[in-house]
Design a binder for this molecule. Structure first.
Ligand code: DAH
Length: 347
């Protein structure tokens, strides 16, 4: 074999070897570098042999060598990238990123959350901000501060879950406890709404549950009047139930407000359902409210001579049930996907 043929053969061999080379770690990569692309690499040595190639094949030899050199450099970059990716955890299994996405099921918001958000937004628009507080409450904030001392008959209005072995800690029976939390820590003017879960020891049925949600409202400032309360509630009712909604306030009793009232909205008697829901009156009870009792202000360290305020509290479940025609309150807490999926897409 002549010299040229042997030198060409060497180029082929190196090219073959190059393609087989692997580097699994940095040492192997470095070995590759030294052998094929470093300052004393084996390809360079072949460049020195060009003088031994027959004249008429010199050009071809030079081209082949350049190709080999380029191939070595490319392979080096390839191996280097593989190792870098493996180190940075990018070495994911093959995924076809161009494949069309499967049937993605987006979640749905819970009807209670939907209605709660709507109510929050309505009050935020007139300057109320959200106050969230604990569900495990003490007796003072839930009852005593709210003018319901021990042995007060009004305690029987709300059957309470006490924590085991405690006569002080309980699951709050209403969000009115947040009133006491806020009034003892903030100075008037106070304008908050407090959404959250409450608990009562009640027999579970299609109409009542031992857990449900309320939104409390509290507004304390100088010279707050019953007219302010009425106007605020009318605004709420019309935002929530439509611009022509009529309301009525019926005298009522709550220990923490004086005077107290319950607000009804006129629902109408258009069909049989309406008769059933409104017990034939056309009116639906939505919330309890009143002027904050001066004793409650005193209990919380606010001077009733200087400040007055109003408060209101409403249940969410009943409003959600009316809106979405849910007939059994238990469905709200069962988390049955067939039920929940019906609300997907509602914001
Ligand atoms: N806390 C009362 C309840 O759970 C609702 C309520 C009535 C809240 C009147 C108030 C209010 O703030 O003024 O039945």
């Amino acid at each position: 074999m002549n010299m040229s043929a042997e030198l060409f053969g060497q180029i082929d061999q190196i090219m073959q070897a190059l393609k087989q080379e692997k580097a699994e770690n940095e040492q192997q990569l470095e070995a590759f570098r030294i052998r094929y692309v470093g300052s004393k690499n084996i390809i360079k040595a072949l460049f020195g042999e060009i003088k031994n190639v027959e004249n008429d094949r010199k050009k071809e030899f030079g081209q082949r060598l350049n190709e080999l050199k380029q191939a070595a450099e490319n392979r080096f970059e390839e191996l280097k990238t593989l190792i870098e990716n493996a180190q940075s955890g990018n070495n994911k299994p093959d995924i076809d990123l161009t494949a069309p996405a499967g049937d993605l099921k987006t979640g749905a918001r819970h009807p209670v959350s939907i209605v709660m958000q709507r109510i929050i937004r309505i009050f935020e628009r007139i300057g109320f901000s959200v106050a969230e507080e604990r569900e495990i409450e003490d007796d003072w904030h839930n009852f005593t501060a709210m003018n319901t001392p021990e042995d007060h008959p009004a305690r029987d209005m709300q059957d309470t879950f006490y924590l085991k072995d405690s006569s002080n800690l309980l699951l709050r029976t209403h969000t009115s406890s947040v009133q006491a939390r806020v009034m003892t820590t903030q100075k008037p003017p106070i304008r908050i709404i407090a959404p959250g879960r409450v608990y009562r020891n009640e027999t579970i049925s299609s109409r009542s549950h031992c857990q449900f949600h309320q939104i409390e409202g509290l507004y304390i400032d100088k010279k707050v009047s019953f007219a302010d309360l009425k106007q605020t509630l009318l605004y709420f009712a019309r935002e929530m139930y439509g611009p022509d909604t009529e309301i009525r306030l019926r005298p009522s009793y709550f220990p923490f407000t004086e005077p107290s009232a319950e607000m009804d909205v006129y629902w109408g008697l258009k069909n049989e359902d309406d008769y059933r829901i409104t017990k034939g009156t056309g009116w639906l009870e939505i919330l309890g409210c009143g002027m904050v009792d001066p004793q409650v202000l005193l209990n919380c360290g606010i001077d009733p001579e200087e400040y007055s305020g109003f408060a209101f509290g409403m249940g969410i479940e009943r409003q959600a049930m009316l809106q979405y025609k849910i007939t059994d309150i238990r469905q709200i807490f069962e988390n049955d996907l067939r039920f929940l999926r019906q609300f997907s897409g509602i914001i």
